[in-house]
Design a binder for this molecule. Structure first.
Ligand code: HEC
Length: 119
């Protein structure tokens, strides 16, 4: 059955409201799925085994460095470090169980590009 005019308008407005992902960010989202990251992290703000990615970019996070709390600002360097060295800084309130998952530099960059879109 053809879409009713009102349904079409709703669909079109929803589509226009959701900004299209860049190719890098779209690849980043695919990697989060295929590398198993979304088994422990969500994109919705809901914590799971690890913190949600939503809204973290630009925020301040307390991490334990050698057991001592230190406040860090979530930027590209922070995310790259947390993704590639999960066992060194531990986000306060979470267990130090994130595995090191082999990723190329480009894959890490694309994942960061996607996390940035989750405002
Ligand atoms: C087995 C569960 C698990 C998997 C799989 C996992 N993580 Fe994590 N991750 C965690 C936990 C728990 C923390 C918080 C504790 C810590 O910092 O180690 C965390 C922390 C993070 C942080 C820091 C978040 C913040 O709020 O500061 C980032 C970024 C991150 N993970 C990215 C990833 C990416 C990317 C992948 C996939 C390549 C991944 N994680 C896979 C459990 C997981």
């Amino acid at each position: 059955m053809a879409m009713q005019e009102a349904d079409f308008d709703k669909w079109y407005q929803a589509k226009a409201a959701a900004p299209a992902l860049s190719a890098n960010a779209a690849h980043g989202l695919k990697l989060l799925q295929s590398k198993g990251c979304l088994g422990c992290h969500t994109t919705t703000g809901q914590p799971l085994v690890g913190p949600s990615y939503k809204g973290i970019y630009g925020s301040k996070v307390t991490v334990l460095v050698n057991g001592k709390p230190v406040v860090k600002t979530v930027d590209d360097k922070y995310l790259e470090f947390m993704i590639t060295h999960p066992d060194i800084w531990v986000v306060h309130g979470y267990q130090p169980i994130m595995p090191a998952i082999p990723l190329t530099d480009k894959e890490v960059d694309d994942i960061i590009a996607y996390i940035k879109t989750l405002k």
